[in-house]
Design a protein around this ligand. Sequence first.
Ligand code: AMP
Ligand code: MG
Length: 490
Amino acid sequence: MKQIPFQNTYTSLPGKLFRHTQPTPVKEPGLISINNDLARNLGINLEWLKSANGIETLAGNHIAKGSEPISSAYAGHQFGVYNPQLGDGRAILLGEVLSIKGERFDVQLKGSGRTIYSRGGDGRSALGPVLREYLLCEAMHILSIPTTRALAAVTTGEDVIRDRILPGAILARIAKSHIRIGTFQYAAATEDIKTLSALTDYTLNRHYADTKVEIPALSLLKCAVKAQAELVSQWQLVGFIHGVMNTDNSLISGETIDYGPCAFIDHYHPDTVFSSIDHGGRYSYKNQPAIAHWNLTMLAQALLPLIHKKTETAVEMAQEVINIFPKYFSSYHNSGLARKLGISKLQDTDGDLINSLFETMSNAKLDFTLTFRYLSDITNLKSSQEKIDTPQNIEMELGNWLPRWLERLELEKIEASERQKSMYEVNPVFIPRNHLVEKAIKSATEDGDFSEFHLLSKVLSSPFSYNSKYERYGIPPRPEQVVKQTFCGT
Ligand code: AMP
Ligand code: MG
């Protein structure tokens, strides 16, 4: 039977960048979930994937024909501090697959045992972070935000030791690639220009093959700047806080990766931070664009030797590219904000209107998601969907902002029903709220009950259509349900 048609192009790169590594078998693999649509799109035989042999493969107990498992090396700035030696400490790349559309994707097992990059770690993942990543990345995907995805999750039948004993699990993760800014930092640190150059050519060819290339490293930098600007603008537009925007968690492809301490904002405040380790608020909501910009500067730094042989000239050339970030970001962010507000194109005077909305939301502690949903509902009362019964009186809280917005909409030529349709397409009602995710994790971890995980997955798969049957999934947490802190998966 055809299994996964693996290819292994990453292993054509210089050997310093990876190490052949076999997953460590686990005691008793048990299936939690398989992402049927994704598996089909990747041309993976579903019947096989669900068979005992398929599940053994997802657990790392069986290596499918054609797979050459590796762990990859990378470095990274963690909270601004450079760590020269990170790498896949608990993840193993099984290989790549071509989707039915011909796109290349990595298939990686996360939690599959120790590697040479594990340092003091056990190479394993606890069940909670695996479920969290599964729910969050799939929710991001359905919100059209570029992201790594979850192909499947399995339990291992083994315990992992963290602050307490927890059940272990493995996530099969799909990504356009796992090449990070940190991968370039690592390659640059080898001081072997051939390695850096090979990585640059490979990455450019894999992700940005259509780009006109004069100086490959500069082209790659430009593409990465654009992709990160677009990505982070989309995070801002749904109130997503990544929480650990280290350069090793920043992919050149522009996909979201690492769903450790991330969370969606409930009530809006620009300084919001969830991560238990982010004491200074470095990765707060409002800082995310500036941090992405800073991370790209680290990429530029790594690429300098390939940009020009005279460092001074290389710096100037790289700086010019890096300087475009704010412009790209504003352009993506503004067009996204316009759409959320039912406006075709922002005018200069709209800046005030938007600032005043966010200020009001912040002062009144309005729920980020439901405020935009409310605006979508009221933009055309005749055709609005059944409405969520919000605990907050958004209409009252928005006060005299609403008439200003309604007046602005009169300048738009579009029919109200069309505007509403377009707003409903970008203003979700169901997002993976922290308290819901935590509840699903708790039942699975403490009682082995995965029903809440599956139900939440189902609700999150239709984020833009309200269904009163799932009312409780749309409502913000009550004060006693608020999750104030999130934790890295380690
Ligand atoms: P993360 O916080 O997931 O971005 O991980 C940062 C670094 O720590 C990466 O190099 C990981 O591979 C490594 N790491 C995290 N958890 C573990 C673990 N349980 N065992 C080994 N390495 C780990
Ligand atoms: Mg990471």
